[in-house]
Design a protein around this ligand. Structure first.
Ligand SMILES: [Zn+2]
Length: 112
């Protein structure tokens, strides 16, 4: 059985109690109406898929139902760290091949 530590329940629980909700720390566009269809499509559909460390959003679905973040190695499935929403990761992600989504994210960050 694979165990995952819930930072809110403060104990390890069976993997079946959790649900992976995809890439973490996705920056929502501040002004979606000003985006082109292509930029909006990139925000909605395109995600990084690195081999190595990846920041992910998880939910303890059959427990406290709270969301938290996990840094996981996608090649070995090793969990590097778990942290609460609002906290920042200490482990860096694996380098990813630049794509259109990365360009979009940096453009949005500049507008803030
Ligand atoms: Zn929990």
């Amino acid at each position: 059985m694979f165990l995952i530590y819930c930072p809110y329940c403060e104990e390890e629980r069976a993997e079946e109690e959790f649900h992976a909700s995809g890439e973490a720390h996705i920056v929502r566009p501040t002004d979606p109406e000003s985006l082109s269809d292509e930029a909006w499509g990139d925000y909605v559909f395109f995600r990084k898929n690195p081999r190595g460390n990846h920041h992910e959003l998880w939910q303890h679905t059959t427990g406290c139902r709270k969301f938290f973040y996990m840094t996981r190695d996608t090649a070995t499935y090793e969990i590097k760290e778990i942290y609460k929403v609002g906290e920042q990761p200490k482990v860096a992600t694996a380098p990813a091949v630049p794509n259109k989504y990365d360009q979009f994210s940096s453009e949005q960050a500049v507008k803030k």
